[in-house]
Design a protein. Structure first.
Lengths: 470, 568
């Protein structure tokens, strides 16, 4: 009610139904599946991070239709040389970051370089890996790749070590967003306004390259499933982007995928690693996928584009260890419990250690586990890039780069097969989120990469209810 | 062993014997009582554990009833029957419900055991759980049962014993609510707290599930010797009939009983020791009271033995001992009186002897005197012409006899007036030198030999008296040798004494005379008074020494004076 009155007054003066952006909007309340852990695009991990990044940041490119990369901060589509190794980009003039600084090609150079620098500890170095000189930056011998330059404040030149078809799609991924070099301020449609323990409030940024967003504010929250359902039902939220389906709110699948993979660490298990991996491959992955909240399908390969039905796995060829330890994020506890029971039925006692999602990455990086249930919110729907992201998550930046090169040379499927064996990876499932909106809220179209652009939200009155929305 | 010691030991023995005799039956009775108490405690502890297991079963049954009627279970059942229940949702609810109810096992299952949601093993959702299937098929709803259930633990999935029960969901006969309480560490800890012993929960296979409490210390050697019961235990099989799912082993410590028994025994021994000591003390005091007069009597008798004939025992005593003391004192008194009388008689006899001797000695010279006087008177009367010759001879004889009388009187006087010796340390060499200096050589015809060791020890003597003794002995030796012979003076040191020997090679002394040599007035010499050796023996005796004589007729005589050395 607190918001309804001014909104109603505003909406009363709004144009008639059907007119896009006809009615102003004070605030959209959006429910996420989890708290955004990182607002720095270089450090995005989960799907909530990706969703928040879409509101806060803008990239040089953005996902376009048909797997293409469309200009975003760029003024025009990228110019690629005939040999596919030189990419020229020109930024729009007059753009500014949230902190008021102008958006320049130097910021783009810095943003891409940050992905490679060791101190950034970014899991998305795969985006900039094809750039010439990337290895030097990874090794700490250079701050900027030699193939990355800004001939003028608005011009960006990128030389690649070899033709990389997926490179431009990588530039369109949220982690490749351009931030102001000093403040990490973004150039997305919304800027941070206030942060609480259970909410994040964003205010519309008039300097966005598409202009001022239609809605003045976005209130992000991440309640428990039951609370989310209650909020939607009571009209206390307009949009939910979560795995659950909320009846009555027209839930639609949002192809923002999270891959779940079991990592079998040969360093800890030795010769038992391969029998364990085969035992895991023999599990019913379709059944396991059903234990994930929201829409999910079994993952047959590290290549997310591979057919859904996994090929029958060969039985284990060696003795299984009597005891195993399985590290899992708390959000995947049900899946871990199921794996525990299924391996128990095969005579293996599995100790499950469920750690908070926020602490999981650090525990995974410590490398003290035998098995780990690793979720990876895919920042790109490009198969090669998704494969590179998964390989990076499981084997580190060098493995991610190698898999990306393999994918370019052999194709994602073959590269995935090789990576699975080498990384001890057992792909389990691929899950998506759902987007549910209040009946009066229309026009929520997901972006080609599965995310949606909050800047594109607009409100149409529900004709049947004669109501103007929030 | 003295009488006092014997009496003390006797008292101690009299005190110890009855107490020691009483200790055996007392300790036996005490150990039997403690063993019965221990058995009773064990029985009570067993009942407490059984009660605790029953309580957990009732708790599980109540929880199953509550769950079966709970709104959340009904809601889940509705979603399940409507096909709206997503596996992930179903899987998540069981743990929440179980945690909220404080249970160790909770599940909603289909009648054939397929799990809809499980709190204790969430990953089993969708599968048939063999443990739950057996529970549903083996007993009616609401009845507690002990079952082995697979549960997820931090270490992995384990089969653990549970007190379980099930109930059909209200209005949803197609689902069963199962609740369970683990028969594990909580049971063991609570049972151990209830019983004060050690409680171990094991599977039927023997694998230990939980253990709590302590068996305590085993009774010590002394307690075992006194009959303290060893630690005992009971085993509860769950269920009581059929193949056991779990076994609860209860062991109660018996160290406390053993300590009590040992303490009682030690206290008894301490009392025994105290009694013995007290009895010994009393015995000692009584014995001292009894033996003090006897000791005094013994001392008195010893004094009498040493010549103190008038010794008296002055000690309080009564009864027979008092009479004995009085008798002793009367005896010594009488002895003293008799001795005094004997001494007086002896003195009279001595004076008589002296008078007789004196008369005898005086009489002998007086006879020639009287005869000379008579001869002179007769010659004078006859106007004998030989009167001058007779006068000369007669007066000369009278003068001779008068001198003899004078000498006799001097000797007697000297014997009677012998002074007390004035003792002082004198070197043995100095003494011998002073003595021999008076005899540079023997009388004509007599060889005087000197055999004196160097560095003779000092002696505590009156040198004048000792020199008188030595002169007397040497003079006797010269007289014994006669006109020709050898006299030797030898001096040497023994570890305790100084020996001075005067030896002659004269005719020796007849054995019959040897016993009387030192008696006064005994003499073998015609003109001797018989006092020289008596005086010498008295002087040496008063110097704590003695005179010895060795003589062989025809070969000579040796007198040896033995004087004690001054102790260093």
């Amino acid at each position: 009610m607190r918001r309804a009155l001014p909104l109603a007054l505003l909406l009363a003066a709004a144009p008639a139904a059907g007119a896009p952006r006809a009615r102003p909007c004070a605030e959209i309340r959006l429910l996420l599946p989890a708290a955004p852990a990182a607002l720095d695009p270089a450090l995005l991990h989960g799907s909530a991070d990706l969703l928040a990044a879409r509101a806060l940041h803008a990239g040089i490119l953005e996902p376009g239709p048909g797997g293409s990369a469309a200009p975003a901060l760029a003024e025009e589509p990228p110019q690629v040389s005939a040999d596919g190794r030189l990419v020229r980009l020109r930024l729009r003039a007059g753009l500014r970051f949230h902190d008021g600084a102008p958006v320049t090609a130097a910021d783009a150079v810095e943003s891409l370089s940050r992905l490679l620098r060791p101190e950034t500890r970014s899991p998305h170095g795969w985006i900039a890996a094809p750039i010439e000189g990337a290895e030097e930056v990874r090794a700490g011998r250079a701050r900027v790749p030699s193939g990355l330059s800004a001939p003028s404040p608005l011009e960006l030149e990128i030389r690649l070590t070899e033709p990389a078809p997926a490179f431009l799609r990588g530039l369109a991924a949220p982690p490749a967003a351009v931030v102001h070099a000093g403040s990490l301020a973004g150039a997305g449609p919304y800027r941070p306004a206030a942060r609480a323990a259970d909410a994040l409030r964003l205010a519309a940024f008039p300097g966005h390259f598409r202009g001022r967003p239609w809605c003045e504010a976005l209130a992000l929250a991440w309640p428990e499933p039951a609370a989310a359902a209650r909020r939607l039902a009571r009209g206390e939220a307009e949009v939910a982007v979560r795995p659950e389906a909320f009846p009555g709110h027209a839930p639609r699948e949002l192809p923002l995928a999270t891959a779940v993979v079991v990592q079998v660490r040969a360093q800890r298990l030795g010769t038992s690693a391969e029998p364990v991996r085969r035992a895991l491959l023999a599990l019913d992955r379709a059944e396991l996928a059903r234990l994930l909240r929201g829409p999910a399908r079994p993952l047959a390969s590290l290549d997310p584009s591979a057919p859904a039905a996994p090929a029958p796995a060969a039985p284990p060829t060696g003795p299984l260890p009597p005891r195993l330890g399985l590290l899992a994020p708390a959000s995947l506890r049900a899946l871990a419990d199921r794996i525990q029971v299924k391996l128990f039925d095969r005579g293996v006692r599995v100790a499950v250690e469920a750690v908070p999602d926020a602490a999981f990455a650090a525990r995974l990086e410590a490398g003290l586990h035998e098995l780990a249930l690793v979720p990876a919110a895919l920042a790109s729907d490009d198969p090669a890039l998704a494969l590179a992201q998964l390989a990076t998550a499981l084997g580190g930046p060098a493995r991610g780069d190698q898999v990306l090169r393999d994918a370019a040379r052999l194709g994602p499927a073959a590269a995935a097969a090789a990576a699975e064996a080498e990384l001890g990876a057992v792909p389990l499932a691929l899950a998506w989120l759902r987007i549910s909106a209040a009946p009066g809220l229309q026009g929520l179209a997901p972006a080609p990469d599965g995310t949606f652009d909050p800047g594109g939200l607009w409100l149409l009155p529900a004709a049947s209810e004669g109501r103007a929305g929030p | 062993m003295s009488l006092r010691t014997r009496l003390t030991l006797l008292f101690a023995l009299f005190a110890a014997l009855p107490m020691a005799a009483a200790m055996v039956p007392l300790s036996r009775a005490l150990s039997e009582a403690l063993a019965q108490e221990y058995a009773a405690r064990l029985e009570q502890a067993t009942q407490a554990v059984e009660g605790e297991v029953r309580r957990l079963g009732a708790e599980a049954a109540a929880a199953a009833r509550e769950l079966a009627r709970s709104p959340e279970a009904g809601e889940l059942a509705r979603e399940w029957s409507d096909g709206l229940l997503e596996p992930a949702d179903a899987s998540a609810r069981g743990p929440d419900w179980m945690a909220a109810r404080g249970l160790d096992a909770l599940a909603l299952v289909e009648p054939r055991g397929r799990v809809v949601t499980s709190g204790h093993l969430p990953g089993r959702a969708g599968d048939v759980d063999p443990g739950l299937r057996d529970l549903l098929s083996s007993g009616p709803a609401g009845r507690p049962a002990t079952r082995l259930l697979a549960v997820a633990t931090p270490a992995g999935v384990e089969d653990l014993p549970f007190a379980t029960a099930w109930e059909p969901l209200a209005g949803r006969p197609g689902l069963r609510a199962v609740a369970g309480v683990a028969l594990g560490s909580r049971l063991a800890e609570r049972a151990a707290a209830l019983t004060g012993g050690e409680v171990a929960v094991r599977l039927g296979s023997g694998r230990e599930v939980a253990v709590a409490g302590s068996r305590g210390d085993a009774p010590g050697r002394l307690a075992r010797l006194l009959g303290a019961p060893p630690p005992q235990g009971r085993t509860l099989r769950l269920p009581a009939q059929g193949e056991p799912v779990a076994v609860i082993e209860l062991a109660l410590p018996s160290g406390g009983l053993g300590r009590a028994l040992s303490t009682a025994a030690l206290a008894f021994l301490a009392a025994l020791l105290g009694g013995v000591l007290a009895a010994s003390l009393v015995g000692h005091l009584v014995a001292r009271r009894i033996t003090r007069p006897l000791d005094a009597l013994r001392a008195g008798a010893a004094a009498v033995g040493q010549g103190e004939l008038s010794a008296r025992v002055e000690v309080p005593a009564s009864g027979e001992v008092g009479e004995l003391v009085a008798g002793f004192n009367a005896m010594t008194g009488e002895l003293a009186r008799v001795t005094a009388r004997a001494a007086a008689a002896e003195r009279v006899a001595a004076w008589r002897e002296v008078a007789r001797r004196l008369a005898h000695e005086v009489k002998n010279p007086l006879t020639p005197v009287a005869m000379s006087v008579e001869t002179l008177r007769e010659a004078w009367t006859r106007r004998s012409p030989e009167f001058p010759a007779i006068f000369d001879e007669g007066t000369r004889a009278i003068g001779e006899e008068v001198r003899r009388l004078t000498r006799i009187v001097d000797e007697f006087g000297r014997f009677a007036r012998l002074p007390q010796p004035e003792l002082r340390p004198v070197g043995g060499g100095d003494l011998l030198s002073a003595f021999l200096a008076l005899y540079p050589e023997g009388p004509p015809g007599i060889e005087l030999r000197r055999e004196v060791e160097p560095a003779l020890p000092a002696v505590q003597v009156d040198p004048d008296q000792i020199l008188q003794v030595l002169h007397n002995l040497l003079r006797n030796a010269f007289e014994a040798v006669g006109r020709r012979g050898t006299v030797s003076v030898r001096a040497r040191a023994t570890p305790a004494e100084l020996w001075v020997e005067v030896a002659d090679d004269g005719p020796g002394i007849a054995p019959a005379d040897r016993a009387h040599l030192f008696e006064p007035y005994f003499t073998t010499k015609e003109a001797g008074t018989g006092l020289g050796l008596a005086i010498s023996e008295r002087i040496v005796r008063e110097h704590a020494g003695r005179i010895e004589v060795e003589s062989e007729p025809g070969k000579g005589t040796t007198f040896r004076v033995r004087l004690p050395r001054i102790e260093q």
